[in-house]
Design a protein. Structure first.
Length: 301
């Protein structure tokens, strides 16, 4: 059975705060750990939970430890924590890349009598309602009570409407390269492309009807997120490097098509994209959704 002592490493961060509040609401006794005391105290007070500045003290009595530190620190942190944890406790990380962390957690449960899991919440700190948000989950292994313990955690997530989807480290990282890395990249490039024309965004907005407005708002919301994390999601993921090569070829092909005034080539690229997207479940209603978003944007001006 899942115990109640729940420690969040990186508890003062954006995701630490979200999950601190979430698991407190589910009746867990939360302790937050981070290095900057001032920030940690503010978040702990805000959430009405405990905090601890000593790593060992924060984890040695915990039944559950959630690791919510930046991508580059996650594996190192797990290596430090696993020897300190008590028998049958559960450790899970929430980091955005899984191949390395999966190996470290696999070693963790082989070397110590603990339970290891890895999850990736597919949302950011701005989440309000959990319904239909996805949590990707990688089962790793542990003690005889492993299934019972992690199923209890999964049941908690599902009880709030989260969709929990199991995956493997390779599938996770190659798909995340496409579902996070690619849209982040395209939106960073979109804003940089406009900047290089030296046209102010407010001026361009005066000349827009629909598509540009929606695209601009999407890019502006992305560009206000965690820069370091976005960089790591692309730089540290080998799968994303391969996508960059495909992208480079595609841009070259596109450039040639346009510069050579090759309407046939353009039609081919356009039709292929259309055929590909027709298979998607959102396709049929996407034009309608687009105008739903527009309604919000036009009303807010
Ligand atoms: N933000 C998202 O949209 C999102 C979505 C899904 C998954 N994630 C994953 O969630 C994790 C946390 O992301 P976040 O956005 O919450 O980051 P964040 O806001 O930067 O918070 C990081 C937290 O970790 C602490 N920390 C940083 N380095 C540390 C270290 N070496 N040792 C101990 N504590 C350290 C920070 O406090 P101190 O610096 O004071 O120690 C802070 O409490 C990342 O692995 C990320 O990939 C994020």
């Amino acid at each position: 059975m899942l115990g109640k002592n729940f420690t969040i490493i990186g508890g003062s961060g954006g995701m630490g705060r979200v999950f601190g509040k979430y698991f407190k609401q589910h009746g867990f006794d939360i302790t937050l750990f981070a290095r900057d005391e001032k920030k940690l105290k503010i978040v702990a007070k805000d959430l009405g939970v405990k905090f601890e500045l000593d790593l060992k003290k924060s984890v040695e009595n915990a039944d559950i430890v959630m690791v919510s530190v930046p991508i580059h620190s996650t594996s190192k942190m797990i290596k430090k924590i696993t020897p300190l944890m008590k028998k049958n406790s559960l450790i899970f990380d929430i980091t955005s890349l899984k191949q390395e962390v999966y190996k470290i957690l696999s070693d963790g449960h082989k070397n110590y009598p603990i339970n290891c899991l890895s999850i990736h919440p597919m949302f950011g700190p701005g989440i309000k309602n959990m319904k239909n948000y996805v949590i990707l989950l990688l089962k790793i292994g542990g003690t005889e009570q492993y299934d019972e313990i992690i199923n209890e955690l999964i049941d908690i997530f599902r009880s709030d409407g989260f969709i929990v989807a199991e995956t493997t480290p390779n599938t996770h990282d190659s798909r995340i390269a496409l579902t996070l890395g690619v849209p982040h990249m395209l939106n960073i490039l979109f804003l940089n492309l406009l900047k290089r024309t030296k046209e102010p965004l407010n001026e361009l907005t005066r000349f827009t009807g629909t598509t540009f407005l929606l695209q601009k708002v999407l890019a502006e919301s992305i560009i206000q997120s965690e820069m370091e994390m976005f960089g790591e999601i692309q730089i540290e993921n080998a799968e994303f490097h391969e996508i960059l090569d495909i992208f480079e070829d595609l841009i070259k092909e596109y450039k040639n098509t346009i510069k050579n005034k090759d309407l046939k080539g353009f039609t081919k690229l356009f039709s292929e994209a259309l055929e590909y997207s027709k298979e998607d479940n959102h396709f049929k209603n996407s034009y309608e959704y687009f105008y739903e978003f527009m309604k919000i944007l036009k009303e807010k001006k």
